[in-house]
Ligand binder design. Structure first.
Ligand code: CNA
Length: 281
């Protein structure tokens, strides 16, 4: 968008104007859309960042292409690469929510979070205290797992042991022996029904915050385009992504998302509360 195109809703394209919009009470249904970039500060690598992303570091696993690690057909033939990776991503005491997670929890605490759509499977949203009924885990999570053949659920404690040893668990139901897979969405699998049930929330947004995602995976990537064009959208990301930056009320906060969120918290007068909540988590 050219610099002289005036915004339709905000007073200007800046974080200060976004904060004014929230403080004025005009943003009561904030919808947040997140990806792996909000968890990198917790020590969990994303997929696509050059050098540090998981895809750049999968060479050792001899994959035909990096995405194969989340491909169901490939998993059935060779589940080992997935379980090598699962050890890195598995939720647990090892990882702590980031400032960005806690900012979303503050939105919920203040009654402003309409819905969080996350692509992450690390469960850090819940750990940050965001109420489960405000979270759509669009790509599932590591919270549950089952046999891919007979669908029998597999016990969590046993799963944790297998993942810690990077070993492949097999269904223990009599005579089955099928591969066990966490309920995260692989390429070629349908998204959880919650995604489709809640997708209307993205249309109802009066402010959209997109954080730490390359918006490469569909249908999630379409979410930021579902609200009216007059709805302000803020991107907190290292790089420009999707259609962000093409609408009159798009505010681009390029750089580290925790740093961007701290700036917004400053403008809102929430910074002390943000830091205190994060420290005490
Ligand atoms: P991605 O494709 O790896 O993109 C990450 C995006 O975040 C990129 O645009 C980066 O530039 C950006 N980014 C990285 N670090 C930061 C930072 N500190 N501040 C701001 N921006 C940053 O990941 P997506 O989530 O877009 O891709 C979807 C996949 C990734 C989902 O299916 C996830 O399940 C999967 N994934 C999840 C995790 C996790 O749960 N933490 C980790 C790795 C991959």
């Amino acid at each position: 968008i050219s610099e002289d195109t005036p915004p339709l809703t905000l007073s200007e394209r800046s974080l200060a104007a976004v904060a004014d919009f929230i403080k004025s009470g005009k943003a009561r249904r904030i919808v947040v859309m997140t990806g792996a970039g909000i968890s990198t500060a917790a020590g969990i690598p994303d997929f696509r960042s050059p050098d540090t992303g998981l895809y750049a570091n999968l060479a050792a696993l001899n994959l035909p292409e990096p995405e194969a690690v989340f491909d169901l057909t490939f998993f059935c033939e060779n589940p080992r690469p997935f379980y090598a990776l699962a050890r890195e991503l598995y939720p647990g005491a090892r990882y702590r929510p980031t400032v960005s997670h806690v900012f979303i929890a503050l939105l919920a605490r203040k009654g402003l979070l309409h819905m969080l759509f996350t692509q992450n499977i690390d469960c850090l949203e819940r750990a940050a205290g965001i109420p489960p009924d405000r979270i759509v885990e669009a790509h599932g999570s590591f919270a549950t797992q089952r046999c891919i053949d007979c669908k029998e659920p597999f016990e969590e404690a046993r799963m944790r042991d297998f993942v810690a040893r990077a070993e492949v668990p097999r269904c223990e139901r009599d005579g089955c022996g099928g591969l066990v897979k966490p309920d995260i969405v692989f390429f070629g699998e349908a998204l959880p029904s919650a995604f489709f049930e809640q997708i209307g929330k993205a249309k109802e947004a009066d402010l959209i915050l997109v954080m730490g995602t390359s918006l490469q995976v569909h249908p999630f990537a379409g979410l930021p385009n579902m609200a009216d064009e007059k709805v302000p959208r803020v991107l907190f990301n290292l790089e420009q992504v999707g259609s962000l930056g093409t609408q009159a009320d798009d505010v681009m906060v390029l750089g580290d998302c925790d740093a961007g969120v701290r700036k917004l918290a400053d403008e809102l007068g929430w910074r002390d509360e943000l830091e205190k909540t994060w420290r005490e988590l």
